[in-house]
Write a protein that binds this ligand. Structure first.
Ligand code: ARG
Ligand code: ZN
Length: 466
């Protein structure tokens, strides 16, 4: 789902049958001019992430996983719409051995090169037509290891596996158009040995169990709002699950007993944070919420859509406030390009400052002053384009990102700043944005020319003057 293409795709859906009929001779004549889809979408940090020529609408991911052996058998079915006349197309995939690829129910040929899975269907795919790709694979998935970004993707744990894929780990466990621009809805069917617990994004169907066979139970989870591939998550293992309601939606939290101590307040704080954030940022964007504490060994938490994952358990309240703030900033209002990562991390970090300010802690101004004193190298990187290896740099992206928002708040005033946050989450709900969109909203809301301000805060490697 590319938000900007929705109207085009909708138009095409009206004028074309869902699957273009193989109007034999005409189709064959036309397919000679069909071209391969591109192997990337031009993201400056991840040029191979995502692919051209189609728009994914839905991922149906079927997994059968055995915790003891960490063996997975899987079939992922993608429903997509061609946005060009395609002779072949790519998916991003770095998972276990592929056993079969089908397009529209017919065997397709494929080859793997680097992270690309190149699929050549028997027949070309006409622009505007909807098609399905079914990929079956089996083996033990391994996380993506990156020198600068650490471990991401499918993480095998002592008692199962849990997924945390930011920025490009989705391809470790399913074939994907692995770029945040192309959001899609997701269904997960996960079969595990009886007694093992499964969680995923969204909501469970039939109280989580849809079938029991040969000692395996199958659960089905549904994420019915558009989601970026890096936010897709399953968690398999031993979990203590707590359910409730908050902000009008179900809350489902779970933790591995091994991290019980640091997960003691996971459920309570999750509900408290979602409640408060709905007041400050606008309506909660998804149909359920929650969180998962597990022992992954990646050393970070991730805002997996509707249900963040906390490695080692959340420990402190502010970590929960941060990951849940991402539900508005990052998940619902998503990125078009990874260089704008401050739109995620700066906002989620500033949410922590605001939460403290409104819960008897230091004022956001006080927190700002503390960091503004930092000298020299603190200001070395550009927050609005930190570079691939520094995309999660604490100083440049998290702190200076939050400081940018605070400085903006001071410049335009609370009366403009706070309503503007709600306009941002409302206008771009379930969409994608760039920094330019935010600058324009801030200028529109305040009536001020803010280009020099954002230049100094986001695009200059030096301490901005106040
Ligand atoms: N977005 C996560 C957070 O809330 C951080 C993800 C870090 N990812 C990584 N591969 N190191 O801060
Ligand atoms: Zn974050």
């Amino acid at each position: 789902m590319f938000p900007r293409l929705i109207s085009l795709a909708a138009l095409a859906a009206v004028s074309l049958p869902l699957i273009a009929p193989a109007g034999a001779s005409a189709a064959t004549a036309r397919t000679e001019t069909f071209k391969p889809g591109s192997a990337g979408l031009g993201d400056p940090y991840f040029p191979h992430a995502g692919n051209g020529g189609y728009d994914v609408g839905h991922y149906d991911i079927k997994l059968r996983f055995t915790p003891k052996s960490h063996h997975l058998t899987a079939t992922t079915t993608i429903t997509a719409t061609a946005t060009a006349d395609l002779s072949r197309f790519n998916l991003d995939y770095s998972g276990p051995k592929i056993t079969k690829v089908e397009v529209n129910g017919t065997r397709a040929s494929y080859r793997r090169t680097g992270q690309e899975l190149v699929v050549t269907p028997r027949h070309g795919l006409a622009s505007g037509s909807q098609f399905t790709v079914e990929v079956s694979y089996a083996g033990t998935p391994k996380p993506i290891k990156d020198k600068a970004l650490g471990l991401e993707g499918w993480i095998n744990t002592k008692d199962g596996a849990t997924v945390v894929s930011e920025p490009d780990g989705a391809r470790s466990w399913f074939p994907a158009n692995d770029n945040p621009q192309d959001k899609a809805t997701f269904t997960f069917h996960v079969s595990v040995p009886v007694g093992v617990t499964v969680l995923a994004n969204g909501e469970p169907k039939n109280a989580g169990i849809v079938g029991v066979r040969h000692g395996y139970t199958t659960s089905k989870w549904e994420m019915s709002h558009p989601m970026a591939t890096y936010l897709a998550m399953v968690a398999i293992g031993k979990f203590k699950v707590t359910e409730g309601m908050v902000a009008g939606v179900p809350s489902i939290t779970a933790y591995d007993p091994a991290v019980a101590k640091k997960s003691k307040y996971l459920h309570r704080t999750t509900e408290k944070a979602v409640q408060w954030e709905s007041k400050v940022f606008g309506p909660y964007p998804f149909s359920s919420t929650g969180g998962i504490g597990d022992k992954l060994g990646v050393g970070y938490a991730l805002e997996t859509q509707g249900r963040p994952v906390y490695d080692g358990g959340p420990g402190e309240d502010l970590e929960i406030v941060h990951e849940l703030a991402h539900q508005w900033f990052g998940d619902s209002v998503g990125l078009r390009s990874w260089k704008d990562i401050w739109l995620n991390e700066g906002f989620a970090s500033y949410a922590e400052w605001l939460y403290e300010e409104q819960h008897g802690g230091p004022s956001a101004q006080k927190t700002f002053d503390k960091y503004y004193k930092q000298k020299a190298h603190f200001w070395d990187l550009k927050t609005g384009n930190p570079g691939r290896k520094d995309m999660f740099d604490w100083n440049a992206v998290y702190l200076r990102g939050a400081m940018t928002l605070h400085a903006l708040r001071v410049k335009i005033g609370d009366d403009v700043f706070f309503p503007m946050l709600k306009t941002w989450t409302e206008e771009h709900r379930h969409g994608t944005v760039t920094t330019r969109d935010f600058v324009e909203l801030a200028e529109r809301s305040s009536g001020q020319d803010l280009d020099p301000f954002f230049d100094a805060w986001l695009y200059t490697a030096a301490k901005p003057k106040l």
